[in-house]
Ligand binder design. Sequence first.
Ligand code: UDP
Length: 489
Amino acid sequence: AEPENQINVIFLPFPAPGHMIPMVDTARIFAKHGVSVTIITTPANASTFQKAIDTDFNSGYNITTRVLPFPAAELGLPQGLENAKDATARETIGKLRLGILMIKDQIELLFQELHPDCLVTDMLHPWTVESAAKLGIPRLYYYSSSYFSTCAKYSILKHNPHQGLLSHTHSFTIPELPHNIQMTPLQLEPWLRTQSSATEFFEAVYESESRSYGALYNDFCELEGDYEKLYKSTVGKSWSVGPVSAWVNKDDERKSNRGHTEDLAQEPEWLNWLNSKQDESVLYVSFGSLTRFSHSQLVELAHGLDQSGHSFIWVIRKNDESEKGESFVEEFEEKMKESKKGYIIWNWAPQLLILEHPAIAGFLTHCGWNSILESVSAGLPMITWPTYAEQFYNEKLIVEVLKIGVPVGAKENKWAGMEDCADVGREEIANAVVHLMEKEESREMRSRTRKLSDAAKKSIEKGGSSYCNLMQLLEELKSLKIAIHRPLK
Ligand code: UDP
C-alpha cells in the first residue's frame, strides 16, 4: 500500500496547446515534488509530450499518462488531429469539448480505478466538480491565465457596465478593480455581448470555479498580487504556482520540442540566422496556437514589419488564409531572405528557445497568457495585439497596469480571419514596432520587464512565492487525504 503521505493526483487537460502545455508542465512539477501523477489524455495530444514524461519516469519520478481514444469519426474530424494544432482548429475547438464529453464515462471509470486524492482539471471541464464530489475528493480548477482577466470578467458579469452604451466603441470603466481600466464592448468576448450557447457554457465554467475546492493559477504573486488578493477575497482559495514554463524547463530538453512531435535539428537554420544578428535587435512575432489571420491582415502585417526597418522572426501557421503556397507570402519570404531583415518559421516554433536568445529584443504577441509569462520570464517587453477570448484583458494588464508593452491598436474581440479584412493597418504596426525597438520610452519598459523576470525566477526557487505556495498546497492535500481516510471521531 502507498504511504499515507504519498498523494495521488490526476490531471485532466483540455486538448489545445495553450491549455495542454502549462498543465503538463504543472503535472511534471508535482511529480518532481513527490506526488504520484497520472495525466489523462488522447493519442495526438500524448504524442506532443510523452517523451518528456518517459524521461521523468526513467529518472525515478512517479508520473504516467493514460491515453483514451478520441471519437474523431463521430464528430466528423480527421483522426489524429485532436491536438488542435492544425488547419481547422478554430472551427474544431467546440468539437474537441464535445469529444471529451463523449468519453466522459471512460474518464470517470479511470478516476475510479486510479483512486486519486485530488483532481486537477482544466477550466473547460466543469463536469469534473461532480466527478470529484462522487469520489469525495477535492477538484482544483486549472487556469493558465491572469487573475486580472478573471477579476475583470467577474466584475463585468456582475455589474454589466457595458449595457446601455450608445455604441460598441464607447468605453466604460470596469467597476471595483484596483486600477481605473477602460474597455469598449467590442473588446469583450462575443458571448458576453450577446446571449448564446457559449454564454451558458461559460456560466457553467464559472459556477464550477466557485464550487471547486480551489484554483491553480499559472502565475506568480510579484506580477499581479493586487489581483490575486482581489480574487481570493471575492472568489475563493487559489494557489499561484508559476511561471510553470520557467520552472519545469530550467534545464529541460523539452524546451526545444514542447507542443511538438519532432525533435529539432542540432543547428537549425533559424538559430544560425539569429546568431548572425546583434544583441537585442530582433522582434519575435507570433500569435499562439489558434489565432488565424485573414489574407488582408497578413499583407498588412508583412508591410508593417518591413516598413518598421527592424529585423524580425515571424511564425506563420500553415493553413493560415495565406498558406505557404500562396504567392504573396512566398514572395515576401524571398524578399526578406535577400535583405536578411526577416526570417519566417512555418507552423510551429520552439518559442522558449527563441525568446531566450540574446538577439531578441521584444515580442509581438496576441496576449495568450502562456506567451506573456514566457516573454516576462525572458525579460522581454511586448507589442500587444489581442485577438480573442481573455486576451483583451491581458493587454490592459500589460499596457496599463504593468507598463511593459505597447498596444498595436486591436479593436475587436473575435476569431481572427473569419472574414477577409484587416483590423490593424501597416502604419499602426510599423509605429508600434519602432516605439518598442527604438524609443527612449521603451528603455523603462525594458528595465521594468527585467525586474519582473528576476522576480519570476526567484518565485520558483526554494523559499520563493510560487515555491512556497506549491509546498503549502501539497501539505494541505496530504492532510486532507489523512482526514478523509481516518475521519476524526
Ligand atoms: N507555442 C510554441 N510554438 C509556436 C506557438 C506556440 O511553442 O509556434 C507555445 C507557446 O510557447 C505557449 C503556447 O504554445 O506556451 C501558446 O499558448 P498561449 O497562451 O500563448 O496562446 P494560445 O495558443 O492559447 O492562444
